[in-house]
Structure formats: structure tokens, C-alpha cells
Design a protein around this ligand. Structure first.
Ligand code: JFZ
Length: 469
């Protein structure tokens, strides 16, 4: 081999390796300091488990715990915050709250019915609370007395749910709050030596519980961490990093979002250099990005409530309660921007999923039954967004979908493709035989002509493209 050729090959290899960087956020880094506990990877995870995660599209969140018993009210007063936070309210004495578990006996709890409802809605994964900030454990933890084992119900709720969702082929993720108002070693900040000592016992307890969860429920696919914003936790970069590594060796491929561990400067989500910590961006909580630039080339997930801000059961829903069409629009937007969408359910103290939630799940499921191909395995299309809705693209077939929420009076939907991309044979996903006309009005610009019709649910149009490049 001559010298020039080997130099060329070396250059090529070097560029190839450097291509890993191509998926990195395009923004200029705020800084580039050396971090021991910052991001351990730049760009997306490329393994099979993360591919699966990326292609879920739709998920179901479950917030359930003893807060479901008061359902956001105590002594006829309504707690104005999120129902699962009622213990923090001066309107409910702590002793009353902490005694609630003695009456937790959800007679109507039917794990198979919940899993079936998730399946029928079209969810491919579920995130289930094992322990919220109050510290009550829905599994019989050996490391706490404040668990389901000591309620009149006694049986392991998490075990039953994991089994039921596994049976439906829905991947399970366990929600776990680091904040634990029940553990004596827990501190929100460390001010004294005594605090530090106490917090060490809390760290051991936290590690024990997490190892216990992964040991007892080995089929789960990931952990969904919450309550990591305390000053005390933000000082635990080294501990959290090594704990994360340990958990990842217990279940290979385990998915953990960016809300788990801080770096050594206390930055969470993104490290002090601006790089994503963990496997995906977990900060889209009841809010959504508006453009693909907002997600910086990272995997991400949006978790959403049906009311404004109620995760646990709130018996009195007030304010803006979303419709299934509004939620479908958020789902479409999430997919169009390369994310997943997770919808929350808050069952009541008896284990019933409320009628309003069941209705929404059914409406979403009916739509998904017809239109799921525009959601599953789909992601972003780099065409200019139009006011009628969102484009999505199947990552394997390259087929493009238009998810239409606003039909103009003209019934003409504008499509601007990219350079030299033509369109042929658009059709409605629900009526594949009914061809639509794509009228070319300019280079790379078309009007898809719909027939006037009643429009009550978002419509999906399938596009086949012709590459004239
Ligand atoms: C947390 C919890 O406090 C809440 O009860 C619920 O479980 C929710 C899913 O998570 O609340 C948060 C967490 C993160 C943000 C906002 C509220 N955030 O990143 O903006």
C-alpha cells in the first residue's frame, strides 16, 4: 500500500470515529471543563434497548399511593396543589396522613384491567410509581415498615402490575422518588455533622431499595427518577454515579433518564458543560419543545397530566381538563420532534381508574387502532412545518405521514418538501384505497386536496415520496 493511500485511510477512519460527534447538540458548549461525573456519552445511545425505547411513541404513567385515599381533600377542604403532595399541606395534619396506610385496602384493584386499558390505548410502555415523596412503598420493601405489606391489603402491588403489564407486552419502568419524607435519615439539605451522618444512612437505604426493586422485578426496562432537586442529593455526584453504574450492571440495557444524578458541581439533567446526563432528556414535564432545535439531538420524553397539574387522584377536577384531541395533538407533536409521549392516570383509593380517564384512554385507543403507523417507530421530518399539523416519518420504511389537526376552508393542505423531492399517491391511512390528489404548484411545493367532510378526529395522510435527486 502506498503512503498516500494509507494516509487517506487513516484520515477516513479518523473522520468516521469523529462522526460520533455529529449527533451532539449543535449549540456552542457553555464550557468544556473536565468532569468525573458529567455525561459519560455524547449523542444518543445506539443499542437495541434504547432503539426500542425511542420507538415506543406512547406510554402510560400511573401515580398511585395512599394519597389516593384523601384524593386532594381533607375535612371537606380542597388542597389547591397536586393531590399527591397533600402531605405537605398545612390543611392536613401529618399524623392523619401518616396513618392513612392503615386503611389502604383497594378492593377494586385489578392489575389486568389497568394493563388491558393501557394496551387498548396503544401504550407500549408504562411508568409506575413504586414510592412517591411521602415514602410509602407499593412493594413489600424489607428496608421500611411503611409499605403495602403493613396495610390491610397486604399484597404486593408492584409485583402484580409488573406481571400484568408484562403479559400485555408493555415494557415497565419504575418511578422512584429520591425524596422520602418518611425515612429518618432523609434531609433536604445537610447543615450539620449530625445531618451528614443521618444522610449516610439514607443513602444506604436508597441503594438497598433500588437494588431490591431490580432484584425483585428483573423484567423491568428502566427506572424513572424523581425528587432529585434537593441540595443534599445534588452533593452526591460520586455516590449517585457509582449507584447508577451498579444498577446498570444488574439489568443490562437499563434505561435511566437525565433526572437521576448530579455532576460534581450539582448540575442535573445537563452537566456543567451542557451535555445530557443519562439516556434521555427527562425535563419535559407538562410542557413540550416547540422545534427540533429545542431537543438538541437528544432522546426525550414528555410526561403529561389530563388536568392542569394533578398526578395522583384528585376527586375534584377543576380548570382546564384536556380533551383526547388536545392530547393526540401533543402526541403527534412529540413524535414529530423525535420524542415519546406519556399520559398520566391517577387511580382512586379503591383502585378504580376514573370514568373521565377511561373515556380519554378509549378515544385515544380508537384513534391509535387506525393510525398507529404514523406514531410507532416514527420521528422527525425536516420539512417546513405547516399550520394543518405535524409530519412524522417511519424510521425504517421512510414513509411520511401527515397528522392533520386543522383543515382549512379551502380543503387544500400545503406540503413543502425538501429539494427535488416529489410526491405520488397520497392516501388516507383509514381509507388506503381512496387516493388523494397532490397538485404541484411550484418546485417542491404541493397542495393535497381533501374532499369536504365532517372532521372530528385528527386525520392521517400517507405520503410516498419520489427522490429526483
Ligand atoms: C414531580 C413530582 O413532584 C410530582 O408529584 C409528579 O410525580 C411529577 C411527575 O414529578 O414534579 C415535578 C418534577 C419535575 C419538574 C416539575 C415537577 N420539572 O422538571 O420541571
Amino acid at each position: 500500500m502506498n503512503k498516500t493511500l494509507s494516509v487517506l485511510i487513516i484520515c477516513y477512519l479518523f473522520l468516521g470515529i469523529n462522526n460520533v460527534d455529529a449527533q451532539k447538540p449543535k449549540e456552542i458548549k457553555r464550557s468544556s471543563i473536565t468532569l468525573k461525573h458529567g455525561a459519560h456519552r455524547l449523542g444518543k445511545r445506539t443499542d437495541q434497548m434504547m432503539e426500542t425505547w425511542r420507538n415506543y411513541g406512547l406510554g402510560q404513567f400511573i401515580h398511585w399511593g395512599i394519597y389516593a385515599i384523601p384524593g386532594g381533600q381533607w375535612n371537606k377542604r380542597v388542597y389547591p396543589g397536586a393531590a399527591e403532595w397533600i402531605r405537605s399541606w398545612e390543611g392536613m395534619p401529618k399524623n392523619d396522613y401518616d396513618a392513612l396506610y392503615k386503611q389502604f385496602n383497594p378492593k377494586n384493584f385489578n392489575p389486568n384491567a389497568w394493563a388491558k386499558q393501557a394496551k387498548d390505548m396503544g401504550a407500549n410502555y408504562a411508568i409506575i410509581t413504586t414510592k412517591h415523596h411521602d415514602g410509602f412503598c407499593l412493594w413489600p420493601s424489607k428496608f421500611s415498615d411503611y409499605t403495602i405489606a403493613n396495610t390491610p391489603y397486604e399484597k404486593d402491588i408492584i409485583g402484580q402490575l409488573v406481571e400484568a403489564y408484562d403479559k400485555q407486552g408493555i415494557d415497565v419502568y419504575l418511578y422512584f422518588s429520591i425524596i422520602d419524607w418518611n425515612n429518618p435519615g432523609y434531609r433536604s439539605s445537610i447543615k450539620t455533622d449530625e445531618d451528614r451522618k443521618a444522610y449516610e444512612t439514607f443513602k444506604t437505604f436508597t441503594e438497598n431499595q433500588l437494588v431490591e426493586l431490580l432484584t425483585d422485578y428483573p423484567t423491568i426496562k428502566g427506572l424513572w427518577f424523581d425528587g432529585t432537586w434537593d441540595e443534599a442529593w445534588k452533593e452526591q455526584a460520586e455516590f449517585a454515579d457509582s449507584l447508577g453504574t451498579k444498577l446498570r450492571t444488574m439489568i443490562p440495557g437499563l434505561v435511566i433518564g437525565g433526572r437521576f444524578r448530579p455532576d460534581e458541581y450539582g448540575s442535573r439533567g445537563f452537566d456543567s458543560n451542557g451535555d445530557l446526563i443519562g439516556d434521555y432528556e427527562q425535563g419535559w414535564e407538562r410542557k413540550m419543545p416547540n422545534s427540533i432545535e429545542d431537543v438538541h439531538g437528544n432522546d426525550w420524553e414528555c410526561v403529561m397530566t389530563i388536568p392542569e397539574n394533578q398526578w395522583g387522584y384528585q376527586s375534584k377536577w377543576e380548570g382546564h381538563i384536556k380533551t383526547s384531541n388536545e392530547l393526540l395533538e401533543m402526541l403527534a407533536k412529540a413524535i414529530a420532534l423525535d420524542g415519546n409521549f406519556v399520559l398520566n392516570f391517577g387511580p382512586d383509593g379503591q383502585g378504580n381508574i376514573r370514568a373521565e380517564e377511561t373515556k380519554i384512554a378509549k378515544e385515544i385507543g380508537d384513534w391509535m387502532a387506525v393510525n398507529k403507523n404514523a406514531i410507532y417507530n416514527c420521528g422527525n421530518v425536516d420539512w417546513e412545518k405547516q399550520d394543518w399539523g405535524y409530519y412524522t416519518k417511519n424510521r425504517e420504511t421512510g414513509r411520511i405521514y401527515m397528522i392533520v389537526f386543522n383543515i382549512p376552508i379551502s380543503n387544500d393542505l400545503r406540503v413543502k418538501t425538501s429539494q427535488n423531492i416529489g410526491l405520488s399517491n397520497p392516501y388516507l391511512l383509514e381509507k388506503p384505497k381512496k387516493k388523494l390528489i397532490a397538485k404541484k404548484i411550484k418546485n417542491n411545493e404541493f397542495l393535497i386536496q381533501l374532499e369536504p367532510s365532517d372532521f372530528s378526529k385528527p386525520l392521517v395522510i400517507v405520503l410516498e415520496t419520489i427522490d429526483n435527486n
